[in-house]
Design a binder for this molecule. Structure first.
Ligand SMILES: *Cc1c(COP(=O)(O)O)cnc(C)c1O
Length: 120
């Protein structure tokens, strides 16, 4: 995985060089640090024969969306547990669902009382 280094040209830099590593260009569906974060977890899951990925996130979670895309691409079933009082639905969650992710919703009180926020 390599992403381009792009130089920012701006007079306000007053002769200093500013290079930006564009990890956002790594992958259109699994952008930024998400592909770096998921790579070894997915390799580990594959090596262990795991077939389903379950993850948690808020209604606007880029992580949930990236896991859904990675699951579709690499052959895992995916489940996303979405934190929220209602059943939010937005573009990110629509993408996750269209990538085959099954969405479950958990309101904050239940999450706190049950197990999500139990101190580990
Ligand atoms: C993706 C990410 C977040 C945001 O998490 P979301 O579930 O996508 O809202 C925060 N911190 C880091 C380091 C991340 O990679």
């Amino acid at each position: 995985m390599s992403s381009p280094l792009v130089e920012v040209l701006d007079d306000r830099l007053r002769g200093n060089r500013l290079l930006v590593k564009r990890d956002d260009l790594l992958d259109p569906e699994i952008p930024g640090n998400k592909s770096r974060k998921l790579k070894y977890q997915l390799l580990g899951a594959q090596a262990s024969g795991i077939t389903t990925l379950l993850t948690f996130g808020g209604a606007y979670s880029n992580h949930v969306r990236a896991v859904a895309a990675a699951g579709r691409r690499f052959g895992f079933d995916t489940i996303g547990v979405i934190r929220g009082e209602e059943r939010p639905f937005n573009e990110g969650l629509a993408h996750a669902e269209s990538a085959g992710m099954r969405l479950h919703y958990l309101d904050r009180a239940t999450a706190r009382d049950e197990w999500l926020y139990r101190a580990g």
